[in-house]
Design a protein around this ligand. Structure first.
Ligand SMILES: N[C@@H](CCC(=O)N[C@@H](CS)C(=O)NCC(=O)O)C(=O)O
Length: 231
């Protein structure tokens, strides 16, 4: 019980999935505790775990942690199993660069712009903001042109084995491929298209996938765009 591991957040959150991918790659068992912020404010209990009102948060025994990148690095270091961080200094730096680039320049455009407008809103009957959709499409295309220069064109983003860079990117690419027009954004950049084609059927990716339509009845109840959650 002392070392039980709980991950707090909904399965449809991209950041939560990055942690689930990490736990799955390390073969660490855990309990996923749902946090439903789709209809209301972030629940008070989650604010105790995450003062910035986000998911995910982790509890390992008596050790609590938030921020996806810190959580994943902790899991990789604290548990046995294949290392998800390269030993080579330059590869480690490249991995960190890709994660930072995704977090800083691409994640919000993909989740709160493109996927929110192009996939989530159409499921809720809330009017799509075409201007916002066009803006995020352009921002993703510009960001992908930069990102596409970083992987070496092989099976993984960095080196010859899966790293945390792949696990941060997978949920975003999966959402893109579900959203009308998203596959075209990926296909426009060869190294990204090759990477995604190679990794999308990996065991951990399949094991952490979920049926998006299972959540859509909740989203259909939304009356105003501001109530609609982004993944
Ligand atoms: N910097 C945070 C970002 C986490 C994040 O943005 N999570 C989203 C869901 S994927 C969230 O909690 N959204 C709720 C909100 O913004 O109200 C991390 O890396 O963990």
């Amino acid at each position: 019980m002392e070392n039980s591991l709980k991950l707090y957040g909904p399965a449809w959150s991209a950041y939560v999935r990055t942690v689930r991918l990490t736990l799955t790659e390390k073969a660490v068992s855990y309990e996923l505790v749902d946090v439903d912020f789709s209809k209301a404010e972030m629940p008070a209990a989650q604010l105790q775990r995450h003062p910035f009102a986000k998911v995910p948060a982790l509890l390992h025994g008596d050790f609590s942690l938030y921020e996806t990148s810190a959580i994943c690095r902790y899991i990789d270091t604290a548990f046995t199993g294949p290392s998800l961080q390269p030993a080579d200094a330059r590869q480690l730096a490249r991995m960190s660069q890709i994660i930072a680039l995704l977090d800083t320049y691409l994640s919000a455009e993909i989740r709160k712009g493109f996927v929110y407008e192009g996939l989530f809103k159409p499921m809720t009957d809330v009017a799509v903001d075409r201007e916002r959709l066009a803006q995020s499409t352009q921002a993703i295309d510009i960001g992908f042109a930069a990102l596409a220069n970083l992987p070496d064109g092989g099976q993984f983003m960095v080196g010859d084995q899966v790293t945390l860079a792949d696990l941060h990117a997978i949920p975003l690419f999966d959402y893109l491929s579900l959203t009308p027009g998203g596959s075209d954004l990926i296909k426009a950049h060869n190294t990204l298209d090759t990477w995604w084609t190679n990794i999308r059927n990996r065991d951990s990716v399949l094991q952490t996938s979920y049926e998006l339509s299972a959540f859509s009845p909740q989203w259909r109840q939304f009356l105003s765009p501001s109530d609609c959650p982004a993944p």
